[in-house]
Design a protein around this ligand. Sequence first.
Ligand code: ZN
Length: 321
Amino acid sequence: MTGEAAGNGQDGPDELYERLAVHVGQVAAAGGEGKDPVNEPMIRHWCEAMGHPVPADGSAPATMLQVWTMGGLSGHTAGTARSSAYDDVLALLDEAGCTSVVATDCEQEYLRPLRPGDRITYDAVIESISPRKTTKLGTGHFVTTRMDVQANGELSGTHRFRILKYAPARPPDPASPRADAKPAVRATRPRPVVNRDNAGYWEALERHELLIQRCTGCGTLRLPWLPGCNACGCPDWDTVPAAGAGTVFSYVVMHHPPFPAFDPPYAVALVELAEGVRVLGNVTGVPYDKVRAGLPVTLDFLTVDGEFTLPVFRSVEAGEG
Ligand code: ZN
């Protein structure tokens, strides 16, 4: 097997696609069982976390559909793991150099409300695999799985989930390979999901501007960007640039799990900007164990993998002089 160079956008027979396509229609996961029946505490916690009103009729919000199928920290019960067909698809793509992955979108369809006490089961199928596509991220294939969710054996909704598995557009940078890295595969940071609702945010970061969305109906500021205002429902907005001052509102220090693109331990902070909105970012200019709630910071920008820009926050207390 010669890992055909599917990743370079070259023309020619798409042999990889032909080998992938035989998996369409095969099982991606079978016999899955929800860990808990639909229940009121999980509905309430989810609604609080998402800022969603608790439905007055006691049913679960429809958009919780996937929640009931998740394995949680302890994972799925034995026997409900994803299928070998799905693993085969991922392995074929890896072999062909499509080693990066990004979740592109999901679509859900709701057929029946879920109510406390409903027992959830699910199955998933590999619904489609695209021919080779070249995107801004790189060249690869879209893989769509469809999960059918049943409540007490009755189909209650479907969840379509699409990933792009691709060869990064830029060749690996040989300048600073990690000792434990495989040659020619650079560990890259996870990519942001850029869509029509947030593209302006990412474009502004390229210009070293952090733009906060502002509702033109009621003036409420919001970050991250959303299609509409949670305060008044107005879909219209403009932006204000962050002045740059902020303080660490809360933080975590990451030690585990190890991920090759990061070098633990490092601090990830929830920074409250002077404008009053909060944003996640790394804290720079100070050792990870000197980060604390209340630390004053100033906005800075970090170009990642030569491809995109993230806001980071530099301590204004340490590292001066
Ligand atoms: Zn508003």
